[in-house]
Ligand binder design. Structure first.
Ligand SMILES: C=C(O[C@@H]1C=C(C(=O)O)C=C[C@H]1O)C(=O)O
Length: 361
């Protein structure tokens, strides 16, 4: 058998030789790009460029490699490129092995430095102060809705959303006990809510206890007799606690959307592949003028800018005064977007651009 394998393996060896040389040639060019960016103050991570690179290589692909595999390989190539351009630090909502950590790794790969932090406010502060280059924050979940703390932090901050990440969330029941021995289940409130029916059916008498994160819940479950945690498999592996039941979430299409925040805005991809987020306040008009909310949406709608999300949050300045968070199609620099924004600014006391970023990862 080895006789038959040998000549084929020799060809593979020769290709690996070329691949390593080509990869290093590519990384050398990234290092040159890094120099230019560092001297001009440009952003090291460029989500719009990565989007174009991934689409280009998938376009070139004639198989047999699947696009998903090619993208995973390129994720790591670009991760190494970023690290070579500048030692890059990403902060995420910690502790280690949370879903936000998993989302950060999915986007930035293995060559980057990561650090978990306790609150979403801490993440904003770390990037604002230059202690980290980018932050990854959870923004909304397909079953539980928006993460309010994330929205509220945008009011005071000048950070820009530079990319978004979608991660399918699958929860496991994690414990050193068997199912019969579990009397308490720890997790983050949103995760407990996402598994409500499963927990009612299989652990009707267990006490459900809120923890600061899913990973923290696993840490507690690792040490407390009778305790279990609801968390992702990354956390189970990280703390070396067995998975008792996998995929216990009530809906199988449970997805969380995350934002990547940085100091400098992302450029445009073009070809209808950009999205933008804004924070808009109507001031007193919201309660005193009929149709004020409709008026707020018209400048964009009239120009074919598609609204994909609108969310209101109390301004905390006066009762019944709101901020509106909107997600729309297109980039901030697009001509029709600029027109819509100047029309909006004429009657809205606040129209704040939160960032523009590629549609999907
Ligand atoms: C090399 C660059 O920097 C980073 C690495 C990229 C790559 O390896 O292709 C693409 C975008 C940036 O995140 C670049 O901006 O072109």
């Amino acid at each position: 058998m080895s006789d038959a394998l040998e000549p084929i393996r020799q060809k593979i060896d020769a290709l690996d030789h070329d691949l390593v040389r080509l990869l290093n040639e590519r990384l050398g060019l990234a290092a040159e790009i890094g120099k230019v960016k560092r001297s001009s103050g440009g952003s090291i991570y460029a989500s719009e460029r990565e989007d174009k690179v991934l689409r280009k290589v998938c376009g070139l692909n004639e198989g047999p490699i699947k696009d998903e595999a090619l993208k995973a390989i390129y994720r790591e190539i670009m991760s190494a490129a970023i690290a070579l351009e500048k030692a890059t630090k990403i902060v995420y909502l910690g502790p280690e092995a949370t879903n936000t950590h998993a989302a950060a790794i999915k986007k930035f790969g293995a060559s980057i430095d990561y650090e978990g932090m306790g609150t979403i406010a801490d993440l904003f502060t770390a990037v604002e102060k230059g202690e980290a280059d980018y932050a990854v924050i959870p923004i909304e979940n397909s079953t539980e809705g928006s993460v309010r703390e994330a929205l509220d932090n945008f009011v005071e901050s000048d950070l820009k959303i530079v990319a978004q990440i979608y991660l399918e969330i699958s929860h496991s029941l994690i414990s050193n006990e068997s199912l019969e021995g579990i009397t308490k289940v720890y997790s983050k409130d949103q995760a407990l809510a996402q598994c409500r029916h499963w927990l009612q059916r299989h652990l009707p008498h267990a006490q459900l206890i809120d923890a600061s994160s899913t990973a923290r819940a696993v840490e507690i479950a690792a040490n407390e007799p009778g305790a279990a945690a609801v968390a992702g498999e990354l956390a189970a592996q990280h703390h070396d606690v067995p998975v008792i039941a996998a995929n216990i979430q009530d809906k199988s299409d449970n997805t969380t959307r995350f934002f990547v925040l940085g100091k400098k805005p992302a450029g445009a991809v073009g070809s209808g592949r950009d999205m933008s987020s804004f924070l808009i306040s109507l001031g007193d008009q919201a309660s005193s003028h009929s149709g004020a909310l409709l008026k707020m949406l018209m400048p964009m709608a009239e120009r074919g800018i598609n609204l994909s999300k609108i969310e209101s949050r109390p301004s905390k300045r006066r009762p019944w005064d709101y901020y509106f968070f909107v997600d729309v199609s297109g980039h901030y620099q697009d001509a029709n977007m600029q027109e819509a924004l100047s029309e909006l600014s004429a009657f809205c006391p606040m129209v704040k651009w939160l960032g523009s970023y590629p549609v999907v990862n």
